[in-house]
Design a protein around this ligand. Structure first.
Ligand SMILES: C[S@@+](CC[C@H](N)C(=O)[O-])C[C@H]1O[C@@H](n2cnc3c(N)ncnc32)[C@H](O)[C@@H]1O
Length: 286
């Protein structure tokens, strides 16, 4: 809930602390700006003219929820949680550890980590209000915020112990600002060849070979490598329903027409074994 993370949140326009008003029906900053808490439990924290886009739409969010609930990405979630636990162990014990997940989607990763670390709390940030509804319900110690990761983050300086970024955009300059000195960012990036077995038959988008390299270039001057990267790769057997959910949650959903996709899906075998590939990187403030 937002009250679990209120000591971390800040006004998106001027960075002044936020506090709950009217039993957390709204949040108000020291400079007098007010932000209504949606009845679903999330708050939109955007400055000025608001957000530039809406992120994942309702169909993509529903497909993500369906796919992740099947458990096929369990090795990914275990690896992310393990890295965050390790970072939390290096945090001073004075306050409960704080996690920020950006582009947090339905909160699958955030909830798993909060479940695994007693007392930890987390901010799930996503630009999609549809995702935020799930985020607000994903864990009792998660606070859901709709915000743009490319803008000034609605968080106080140096208050976050760990940031997780799972297949989502990053903002290294802002990560440097909000991380505590011992804090780190955990980034899970899809690996080259991730789910390649689906790529050709369905015509879905591939992973750029220089994705990780570009992430480090973008981070230069703000964040630096904190640990050796970990490559994760494992087979998954997907049936047609799981494949449909996987395609539906990916950017490919926007590029392939529904009829074309249905035709290509019908030509697939009942089940198909695919290889999931990703790389986990850990970065710390420079
Ligand atoms: C590929 S999904 C990953 C979701 C989640 N991390 C997971 O793996 O289940 C990317 C997420 O980033 C969000 N997103 C895209 N652009 C964003 C932005 N500028 N600021 C915040 N979130 C953004 C989308 O709405 C979507 O939920």
């Amino acid at each position: 809930m937002l009250r679990d993370v209120i000591d971390l949140l800040a006004d998106p326009s001027d960075g002044t602390p936020l506090h709950g008003v009217d039993d957390f029906d709204r949040l108000e900053s020291e400079s007098g700006h007010s932000f209504v808490v949606d009845e679903a439990g999330y708050v939109t924290l955007a400055a000025g003219t608001g957000l530039s886009h809406q992120g994942d739409g309702p169909a993509m969010v529903a497909a993500r929820e369906t796919y992740l609930s099947l458990g096929h990405f369990a090795p990914f979630v275990e690896t992310v949680t393990g890295a965050v636990q390790d970072i939390f162990e290096q945090a001073p014990e004075s306050t409960p550890p704080a996690l920020l997940e950006v582009g947090a989607g339905t909160g699958y990763y955030l909830a798993h980590t909060l479940d695994s670390v007693e007392g930890a709390r987390g901010v799930g940030l996503d630009i999609s209000p549809h995702a935020a509804k799930h985020l607000a319900a994903c864990h009792s110690r998660a606070g859901a915020v709709v915000a743009d990761v490319w803008e000034r983050l609605p968080l106080r300086d140096r208050c976050i112990d760990a940031i997780s970024v799972v297949f989502a955009p990053a903002n290294p300059a802002e990560f440097q600002r909000v991380l505590a000195p011992h804090g780190q960012v955990v980034v899970l990036t899809p690996g080259v060849g991730h789910l390649d077995e689906l790529r050709e038959p369905l015509g879905i988008l591939g992973v750029a070979e220089d994705k990780v390299e570009r992430m480090y270039q973008q981070a230069a001057g703000f964040l630096e490598q904190a640990a050796d990267p970990v490559d994760i790769s494992f087979p998954i057997v997907l049936d047609r329903a799981a494949i449909a959910a996987q395609v539906g949650m990916s950017p490919s959903a926007r590029h392939i027409g529904a009829e074309d996709l249905a035709e290509r899906m019908a030509a697939l075998p009942e089940t198909i074994t695919v290889t999931a590939r990703a790389r986990l990187d850990r970065l710390r403030p420079v």
